[in-house]
Design a protein around this ligand. Structure first.
Ligand code: ZN
Length: 255
């Protein structure tokens, strides 16, 4: 397994001989307006891709989309990807993918097998209370294969029962969490805050955590430096990788 952060939640994953593109957001910087009713109103994405979009999609064998908010699936991704590529996602997004011309849409209800890889869907809460309901549905995915470390991509969720349950059920070696503590003008964070990342670490003591989803979208207020600072205070620095855009994640030997 090899894992590379492209930008925000967009990841390239080499797993069991396949190359997955996860949550592709490939728009140029400033292509979209700021998120409505959010702090720090600046056009999105805030930063450019670290490599050209054409290189991101090159030789990708499948795409995995946790949900279709524009910071996880945008117009450029829909345009650049081959329409026949296997596209895994949550059932609620199938109609959208088909309407965009994708012919090999594979909705994951509970789990599915593909080329020796089991892809299981997990739940999450994209915020608390009314905001969380309005932002739903969101999913995460757990990938497992013989001879590969189990990988849990939690998706856009705060620390919640569903994440706790996924950790108990799947015992992932590597966990990708979407941090950034994204928020609107009212209500609490809708993605993980530093405290949520810390909770995840404390629950998953044997796992390597990879924190992404920072510094690319205007309403993600938690920066990499803020997160690193709070992890240090909690004595968890070594447990969490915070990759820069374009960086391959160094996986711990245990993974
Ligand atoms: Zn997001």
């Amino acid at each position: 397994m090899r894992l590379r952060l492209i930008r925000h939640a967009t990841l390239l994953l080499e797993y069991n001989g396949q190359r997955f593109l996860i949550d592709p957001m490939l728009d140029n910087a400033g292509a979209r307006p700021a998120i409505q009713n959010s702090p720090n109103p600046r056009k999105n994405p805030l930063v450019e891709l670290p490599i050209p979009a054409a290189d991101v999609v090159r030789e990708v064998s499948a795409v995995l989309v946790t949900h279709t908010h524009s910071d996880h699936w945008d117009a450029t991704a829909a345009e650049r990807l081959p329409k026949t590529i296997p596209l895994f996602g949550q059932p609620e997004d199938e109609a959208k993918f088909r309407s965009q011309g994708f012919s090999d849409v594979r909705s994951v209800h509970e789990s599915t097998d593909w080329n020796g890889i089991t892809i299981a869907r997990t739940g999450g809460q994209h915020g608390k209370g009314e905001i969380g309901k309005a932002m739903a549905p969101v999913s995460g995915f757990v990938l497992s294969a013989k001879g590969e470390p189990t990988l849990y991509v939690a998706g856009d969720t705060i620390w919640c029962e569903e994440v706790d349950g996924a950790l108990t059920e799947h015992h992932p070696a590597v966990i990708v969490v979407n941090a950034g503590a994204a928020q609107f003008l009212e209500g609490g964070p809708i993605t993980m805050s530093a405290d949520d990342v810390i909770q995840t670490c404390r629950k998953a003591l044997r796992s390597q955590i990879v924190a992404v989803h920072m510094e690319s979208i205007n309403h993600c207020l938690l920066t990499r430096d803020d997160l690193a600072f709070q992890l240090e205070a909690a004595r968890l620095t070594g447990k969490v990788s915070i990759p820069q855009d374009g960086e391959w994640v160094e996986l711990c030997p245990a993974a």
